[in-house]
Design a protein around this ligand. Structure first.
Ligand code: FDA
Length: 301
């Protein structure tokens, strides 16, 4: 029933003019250009939050475009430096060429990582759907041979993740842990929400024991309660983790609570002209986001 309703709402959204869709989607993106992005980043920094910047878009099949995006990412590091911003960058491998070829994508990642290194900054490779998981980990391991200022993301809904983090084998391991946004098959992923949360805690515990630096990326307040207990149980140092959230998602006092505890909080800010296509594609992949947005707009708990 819910999934039929999701499909109907999705159809309606797809028919609405872009301007109307922006009323809903705009809350979660920092506009279309670098100036609106810089403003949003400054605003977050002034509130005490670090930022990670993402240019919206994915699955680029054209080398010219993938080159342009790679250059844009490099330029953003310069803008971060010039504006004295507290921000790193998160990028999707398929945005800079993974759908074209693995080697080409690696070359582009190395280009961006080199600029990040020049500015003493950090690059995170977002994790896309499970078709790309092995290649993304391979990109990370390869790139790490040249640059240590690079990390990735692991998804708690994937059965393989606990083994993936155990296999990481280099200094300065730094990853974001999220639940996972894509629609994966039950053969490789956990479907039950409580089981995903249990697995999240299991992976986090394993990562902490191994002294990994972890970006704890969730808006789930029940999960955050469990994370706080874990941090207390093992007396985890404040410099071994940070909390991460998506721009615009209400957190009902949790961000202030994190800051008051002296914990670092990083806000993921996406921006760019591709916001419409990206938002619609995301909604198609995971129509449950529609309910998050409606819930947030009308303030339901
Ligand atoms: P849960 O799904 O239980 O959501 C808890 C509550 O948060 C919801 O009830 C809703 O109120 C709010 N909420 C969550 N997501 C929302 C959204 N998109 N819009 C509006 N409200 C929302 N995934 C991935 O596969 N690869 C990646 O690289 C990343 N990167 C990433 C970075 C950061 C900083 C975050 C916070 C998340 C990601 N994700 C991701 C997405 C992640 O996998 C997951 O799908 C969402 O964070 C939702 O899961 P929660 O843990 O928030 O819990």
């Amino acid at each position: 029933m819910i999934s039929l309703l999701n499909q109907i709402i999705l159809q309606i959204i797809s028919l609405l003019p872009k301007k109307i869709v922006y009323v809903f989607a705009g809350k979660y993106v920092a506009g279309e250009n670098i100036n609106t992005l810089i403003e949003a980043t400054k605003e977050m920094n002034n509130l005490g939050y670090d930022v990670t910047i993402d240019i919206l878009g994915e699955h680029v099949k054209d080398r010219k475009l993938a080159n342009e995006i790679t250059n844009q990412y490099s330029d953003i590091y310069e803008r971060i430096q010039l504006n004295n911003l507290k921000s790193n960058i998160s990028l999707k491998p398929s945005h800079i060429g993974l759908d074209i070829s693995y080697d080409y994508c690696l070359t582009n990642i190395l280009k961006v990582a080199k600029i990040a290194k020049k500015y003493k900054n950090f690059l995170r490779i977002d994790m896309e759907d499970s078709k790309n998981t092995s290649n993304t980990i391979k990109l990370l391991n390869e790139a790490h041979k040249y640059y240590d200022n690079i990390g990735t993301v692991f998804q708690a809904y994937l059965v393989r993740t606990i083994n993936d983090i155990k296999k990481l084998n280099y200094k300065n391991i730094n990853y974001r842990l999220c639940k996972g946004i894509y629609n994966e098959s039950s053969e490789i992923s956990i479907k039950d929400k409580n089981d995903i949360n249990d697995n999240y805690i299991k992976i986090l515990e394993e990562g902490f024991k191994r002294n990994h630096y972890i970006g704890i990326a969730t808006h789930d307040t029940k999960l955050l309660d469990r994370v706080y207990k874990l941090i207390k149980k093992y007396n985890i140092a404040k410099n071994q983790f940070e909390f991460q959230v998506l721009y615009g998602v209400p957190m009902h006092g949790w961000l202030e609570k994190h800051l008051n505890n002296g914990y670092k909080v990083r806000v993921y800010i996406p921006f760019g002209p591709d916001w419409y296509e990206y938002s619609i594609r995301r909604l198609k992949e995971n129509p449950n986001i529609i309910w998050y947005i409606l819930k947030n707009i009308f303030g339901y708990k």
